[in-house]
Design a protein around this ligand. Structure first.
Ligand SMILES: C[S@@+](CC[C@H](N)C(=O)[O-])C[C@H]1O[C@@H](n2cnc3c(N)ncnc32)[C@H](O)[C@@H]1O
Length: 350
């Protein structure tokens, strides 16, 4: 679908076009990460982030009774940095290294190329969807994946629900248009009463689709989902849609396909959806707690021990960025879901 003048599109269609159109989509033509890009993600700030994820996976795998074969599936690998560091860490743990079948689900052809180059020494399967995953326990990991998926927005005005649409016209720049919707009909379609207790709704049909597949796989084969994202914990949803260019916020309607569009995950609603899909949510915490409980500060001390002062400072500066409350430590949240019979709280409660 091409965005045409004098046409109206739902917000999720607009975002999908802006980010993932095969020809001009934001994620399809360039590497957005790092100082030269538009934003930076935790794995690209410090390798210690990915090391902590690797340690968490090893401990969870042990809790699953160290299955001889299991799937590790990364959702949306970006430039492949996190999985690269996880695989490097696994080299020190031969048993898990031997048992682990690595899979990446990646939509961007451009980023897939970068990942394939970066990970050329490893045996990895790139997936186009979650339909053909082998019947082993599956551990899904997702850093800033769900916040990159298109969302719909609805607003309640005088007891009526309206969906946010984008209107294109020949003469003016795109405009937001609220169009009346039958929310009950929509809720029936998605199988979830999303409007309950809300005045504003942010809902990602694609997230729901993935969560349904992931829940089914975990229920059938065992394993779990660990997702880390920018977000908030509140029963009420709010408007969090934003666009980011060169590390600064911009208007979502400007820079079409030239800036990232993202939103904050409401972890309370995500928890509700995951529970509705039959999984247990073992924990929700912030990135600071999660990384500290896994020992990021102790690890920083070990790796910086014999380094010159300037390198030590660099390591601690990066770790601080990941865990400080005014930085990513509080803004980022971590959610962990499994089958109902699993008791594993590492990273959430010790
Ligand atoms: C915000 S980036 C995060 C990248 C990486 N996880 C990191 O932390 O650096 C989102 C990633 O998800 C990918 N992605 C977005 N939508 C996707 C989809 N529907 N299926 C698979 N990957 C997708 C993007 O191409 C990108 O690699």
């Amino acid at each position: 679908m091409q965005l045409k003048k004098n046409k109206i599109f739902t917000l999720d269609k607009y975002i999908d076009e802006a980010l993932y159109n095969k020809k001009y989509g934001y994620y399809m033509k360039a590497d957005p990460f790092g100082n030269k890009g538009d934003y930076i993600t935790s794995p690209n700030i410090s390798v210690l982030f990915s090391e902590m994820i690797a340690i968490w996976i090893i401990l969870f795998w042990k809790n699953l009774k160290s299955p001889k074969k299991f799937n590790l599936i990364e959702l949306g690998s970006g430039n492949g940095e996190m999985i690269l560091q996880i695989l490097k860490t696994f080299k020190k743990f031969p048993l898990i290294k031997k048992s682990c079948k690595i899979n990446i689900l990646e939509k961007s052809i451009y980023l897939k190329k970068i990942q394939k180059q970066k990970l050329k020494d490893y045996n990895i399967t790139w997936l186009n969807n979650l339909n053909n995953i082998s019947n082993f326990p599956s551990i899904f990991i997702a850093n800033e994946f769900f916040d990159a998926l298109p969302i719909k927005q609805f607003v309640k005005k005088k007891n009526k629900w309206y969906e946010k649409n984008i209107k294109f016209s020949k003469l003016q720049k795109p405009k937001i248009l609220d169009i009346l919707v039958n929310i009950k009909k929509f809720e029936k379609k998605i199988g979830f009463k999303i409007s309950q207790g809300q005045k504003f709704i942010e809902y990602s049909p694609l997230s729901m689709k993935y969560l349904k597949s992931i829940s089914k796989l975990i229920k059938n084969n065992g394993g779990g989902l660990l997702a880390i994202d920018y977000g908030y914990i509140d029963p009420k949803m709010k408007n969090t849609l934003k666009s980011i260019k060169k590390h600064k916020l911009t208007n979502v309607l400007d820079n079409f396909s030239k800036s990232d569009i993202t939103y904050d995950i409401n972890f309370k609603i995500m928890e509700k959806i995951i529970k509705k899909l039959g999984l247990k949510v073992n924990g929700i915490t912030n990135q600071k707690n999660f990384l500290q409980k896994l020992g990021i500060l102790e690890r920083a001390e070990i790796v910086s021990k014999n380094l010159p002062f300037s390198k030590k400072v660099n390591i601690y500066f990066r770790v601080k960025r990941l865990i400080h409350e005014n930085s990513m430590g509080k803004l980022f949240k971590v959610i962990f879901a499994t089958k109902k019979n699993i008791q594993f709280k590492t990273g959430f409660k010790n």
